[in-house]
Design a protein around this ligand. Structure first.
Ligand code: AMP
Ligand code: ZN
Length: 458
């Protein structure tokens, strides 16, 4: 199995620290708002990484942290006029609702940063004692000049680091690239006791402490989106090396961006769609399909036409299973012959090659094609088995038995199309009648530049 390791900038054979086991840590959400569909891409992909390791027989421990104290939460608490802890609670709940709607099973651990403050203070103290950290006015910084290997992950050179967009400007610091380990709290901000006075830990310290605590000083895989390579993961490595000499994680995996018109989707650029809003329009499996049909390291442009095509592609797969009356034969014994095995091997080969989900999906379609032409139940079983590795077909009963729901949706769409025709003919009376009649059934139409959308408002 090969994985692209950001640390060495090449695909490497995956060798677990302990045979048969894999420990994965993913940098999760900062709980200050609902997460957008770009974040969802990263969460979905690492769900597949976990799933695939399980499929290959590994015992997986999967940790996704939750940042529940941070400048962004403090800003949001001022905006919403509720305490920081309530902001965290509100958006952590929303995070679980949305990941559940996306069909992502729970991680094994969701450490909350505020539950590990004592350990964080201990680590910062240790770094200070070893000469890697210094205090100025109640703030503590990591001195990157003290770290000979600084830049090992991102390839950045200390001398090139100037205060800029991603490196905070601060005249207290010895070097503009020095990063905050402990931040003195301003009046009214969340605070904890420390040898440097009341304050809170920096984000980069949180993840080192939580991953070490739950997965050990060195563990297998550390993941996130590419925006985390620098400074977040670089700074995690700096602290881990300064503390124990360990590189922290052996494999560093980073997923590409979801872009929008060529720019990274992000809250700060205000060019985002919330996952929960996208899920009102498209099925979770269609979104999953849309992401997985591209390699995780390439960037993807948000494209609703492609999501619609993905939705159609999924419908086609389901219709094959429906025609075969799959549920009736679901528990039948499977006997894979050589032709089945060959396709299964192709799927595994694709996934073994740095999680090439795009290729794996093309194998699924090859299997679907043969299933349709041969009516061989074993191919149908294989389709489901491998599809489930990618997180599809997890709710077969519901999908294969909700004909009526699907027909209702298609009928609403049909009425929308008729209304469109009436509008074209300037028959406003009929167009309005359709809108009002649907409304009285609790179906609200909304005209947008992209077409007419509907939602159930009852
Ligand atoms: P945050 O809530 O900002 O801590 O981000 C949570 C995760 O989403 C991190 O792993 C980020 O790298 C990732 N992420 C943020 N924006 C995007 C994007 N536009 N595309 C893909 N992943 C993203
Ligand atoms: Zn992190």
């Amino acid at each position: 199995m090969k994985i692209y390791n950001t640390l060495t900038r090449k695909k490497e054979e995956f060798v677990p620290l302990e045979p048969g086991k894999v420990n994965i840590y993913l940098c999760g959400p900062t709980a200050y708002n609902y997460f957008h569909i770009g974040n969802a891409r990263t969460f979905l992909f690492f769900d597949i990484v976990r799933n695939y390791f399980k499929y290959r027989g590994f015992q997986v421990t999967y940790v996704q942290n939750i940042t529940d104290v941070d400048d962004k939460l403090i800003d949001q608490s001022i905006k919403e006029k509720i305490p920081v802890s309530d902001i965290a609670e509100k958006y952590i709940n929303a995070f679980f609702e949305d990941t559940n709607s996306l069909g992502i099973p729970k991680a094994d651990y969701y450490p909350h940063a505020t539950k590990y403050i004592e350990e964080m203070v201990r680590l910062i103290k240790e770094l200070e004692e070893k000469g890697y950290a210094y205090e100025v006015n109640g703030d503590v910084y990591f001195s990157i000049n003290a770290d000979k290997k600084y830049g090992i992950l991102s390839g950045k050179k200390i001398e090139d680091l100037k205060a800029g967009a991603r490196v905070e400007k601060n005249i207290q610091k010895k070097h503009p690239g020095d990063f905050t380990l402990w931040k003195r709290s301003k009046p009214g901000e969340p605070k904890w006791q420390s040898p440097w006075g009341e304050g809170r830990p920096g984000w980069h310290t949180e993840c080192v402490v939580m991953s070490r605590k739950l997965l050990g000083e060195t563990f297998d895989i550390h993941g996130g989106g590419i925006d985390l390579i620098f400074p977040h993961h670089e700074n995690e490595i700096a602290q881990a090396q300064a503390s124990t000499g360990s590189i922290h994680a052996r494999y560093w995996m980073h997923g590409g961006y979801l872009n929008i018109s060529g720019e990274k989707m992000s809250k700060s650029l205000d060019n985002f769609f919330l996952t929960r809003d996208v899920l009102k329009k498209y099925d979770a499996e269609a979104i999953r399909f849309f992401f997985l049909s591209k390699h995780y390291r390439s960037s993807i442009d948000y494209n609703e036409d492609l999501i619609k095509e993905s939705s159609q592609a999924m419908k086609n797969l389901y219709s094959i299973l429906k025609e075969l009356d799959y549920l009736k034969y679901e528990d039948e014994d499977i006997s894979y012959a050589e032709t089945h095995q060959k396709l299964k091997d192709q799927f595994i080969e694709a996934m073994d090659d740095d999680f090439n989900t795009a290729k794996a999906i093309s194998v699924l379609f090859e299997i679907a094609k043969i299933t349709r032409s041969s009516n061989d139940m074993n191919f149908a079983h294989l389709l489901v088995e491998l599809g489930q590795v990618l997180g599809f077909f997890t709710n077969l009963e519901e999908k294969l038995e909700t004909d009526l729901n699907q027909i209702s949706e298609e009928l609403i769409q049909l009425l929308i199309n008729y209304r469109q025709l009436f509008k074209k003919e300037q028959n406003w009376r009929m167009a309005d009648k359709i809108r009002n009649d649907l409304k009285s059934l609790g179906i609200q139409l909304k005209d947008t530049p992209a077409g007419t959308e509907w939602e159930i408002v009852k």
